[in-house]
Ligand binder design. Structure first.
Ligand SMILES: *Cc1c(COP(=O)(O)O)cnc(C)c1O
Length: 362
C-alpha cells in the first residue's frame, strides 16, 4: 500500500475535489456574488479602518463588538446571541462535528446546497436526501415520513433554497419543526435573506430546536468570509465549544464592523438586484424555449425547453461568449436541462440575455 492508501480515508480518496472554474475574463454569473462594490468614500474610510487593525495580535475570541452589531443590525431577536463562522460553510461544519454521535444522520431536501451532504460525510454522519416535488416545492409527506424513519440529528431547510431559488411553504417548514421536536435540530439556512424578505429569525422564541443560519456573502461580502447563526443559548453554548477560537480574523472582523455601520448601502444594492431579478426573469420568460422558475434569491433557475438545443449546449454557447453560469442539469433528475444564473447589473444581465437569445437562435 502507498502512503496515501495507508493514511487517507477511502471515502476521502474516492472524492473529487470541489471544482471552482477559473472565471478570469468572464462575465461571472455562477456564484451568486453581488456585482456592486462600495462607493469610493466608503472604500477610503474602510482602508483607514483596516490600517489601524492590530494584525500582530490574535483576535479577541469573544468577538463581542461584532456580535453586538450583528444582533442590532440584522434582526436577531432580543435575548438571542449568535455564533460566528468563517463563512456559513464553517458553521455547517461546526454543526456536523457537534452532532456526530455514532449513527447520527443529516437530512435535507434535494436538490439542495451540496455542503450539507459533504460536511455530513466528512464528519462521519449519514446523509439522507428527500427529493422535492416536480414543482420544486417541499414534499411534506415524504419529509415527515423520512423524519419519522431516520430521526435526523440535523435537518437543513434553505430558505430560499439553492439551486432552485424558491421559498418553501412556511406551514410545511413549521410542520417539520414540530415533527422533529426534541430529537433534532432544524437549521433554516437564510443565505439569500437580503433578497427574500422572509425569515424565521423572528420565530426563534417559538421553537427550541430552530437554528437560523445566515451569511454576509450574498449581501456583497463573499470575500471576507463571515457567517452567523442564532439559536437558544443552550445550543449556542455547545456549538461554540467546537468553534476554533480565532476563526474570524481581525481584518474580517474590522471590515464587517465597518460595513454594518453602513448596512444601508448594502441594502440598497440588494433592492436594485431584486428589481433586476424581476426584469431579467420577465425577459427570459418571454423567450420561447425557456422556463423561468420563481425566485426569492439573487439568482434564477431556468430550464431550456426546446427540441433544438439542450442546457449543456446553451452553457457552452454562453462560455464561447465569455459568460459563465452554473450548469446544474446533471446535478439532480429534477434539474434536467436547467441552468442557474446569478442576477447582476443591468449591463451584465443584458450581455447574458443576448447570449441566451443567440444560443437559442443558432
Ligand atoms: C452560498 C450559500 C452558503 C455559503 O455561504 P458562505 O457564507 O459563503 O460559506 C450557504 N448556504 C447556501 C444555501 C448558499 O447558497
Amino acid at each position: 500500500m502507498s502512503l496515501i492508501e495507508n493514511i487517507i480515508r477511502p471515502d476521502v480518496r474516492a472524492l473529487a475535489a470541489y471544482h471552482v472554474p477559473d472565471a478570469t475574463g468572464f462575465v461571472k454569473l455562477d456564484a451568486m456574488e453581488n456585482p456592486y462594490t462600495l462607493p469610493e468614500p466608503l472604500r477610503v474610510e474602510l482602508g483607514r479602518r483596516l490600517a489601524d487593525v492590530a494584525m500582530n495580535r490574535y483576535p479577541v475570541p469573544s468577538y463581542s463588538a461584532l456580535k453586538e452589531k450583528i444582533r442590532a443590525q440584522l434582526g436577531v431577536p432580543a435575548g438571542y446571541d449568535v455564533v460566528l463562522g468563517n463563512g456559513s460553510d464553517e458553521l455547517i461544519t461546526l454543526l456536523s462535528v457537534a452532532c456526530a454521535k455514532p449513527g447520527a444522520k443529516v437530512l435535507a431536501p434535494t436538490p439542495g446546497f451540496v455542503m450539507y451532504a459533504m460536511s455530513a460525510k466528512f464528519a462521519g454522519l449519514e446523509f439522507v436526501g428527500v427529493p422535492l416535488k416536480a414543482d420544486l416545492s417541499l414534499d411534506r409527506d415524504a419529509m415527515l415520513a423520512a423524519i419519522a424513519q431516520h430521526k435526523p440529528a440535523i435537518t437543513y431547510l434553505a430558505y430560499p433554497n439553492n439551486p432552485t431559488g424558491n421559498l418553501f411553504d412556511e406551514d410545511d417548514m413549521v410542520a417539520i419543526l414540530r415533527a422533529v421536536g426534541d430529537t433534532g435540530l432544524v437549521v433554516v439556512d437564510e443565505a439569500y435573506q437580503p433578497f427574500a424578505q422572509a425569515t424565521f429569525m423572528s420565530r426563534l422564541p417559538e421553537f427550541a430546536n430552530l437554528v437560523v443560519m445566515r451569511t454576509v456573502s450574498k449581501l456583497g461580502l463573499a470575500g471576507i468570509r463571515l457567517g452567523y447563526m442564532s439559536a437558544s443559548e443552550d445550543l449556542l453554548t455547545e456549538f461554540d465549544k467546537v468553534r476554533p477560537p480565532y476563526n474570524i480574523n481581525v481584518l474580517t472582523q474590522a471590515a464587517a464592523e465597518f460595513l454594518l455601520e453602513h448596512v444601508d448601502v448594502l441594502d440598497a444594492q440588494a433592492t436594485s438586484l431584486r428589481e433586476e431579478r424581476t426584469r431579467l426573469a420577465a425577459a427570459l420568460a418571454a423567450l420561447s424555449g425557456v422556463e423561468v422558475f420563481p425566485s426569492a434569491a439573487n439568482f434564477l433557475l431556468i430550464r431550456v425547453k426546446t427540441e433544438k438545443i439542450n442546457s449543456n449546449e446553451v452553457f457552452t454557447a454562453l462560455l464561447d461568449r465569455k459568460v459563465l453560469v452554473k450548469n446544474v442539469g446533471k446535478m439532480h433528475p429534477l434539474l434536467e436541462n436547467c441552468l442557474r444564473i446569478t442576477v447582476s447589473t443591468p449591463e451584465e444581465n443584458r450581455i447574458l440575455l443576448d447570449a441566451v437569445m443567440a444560443s437559442l437562435a443558432s
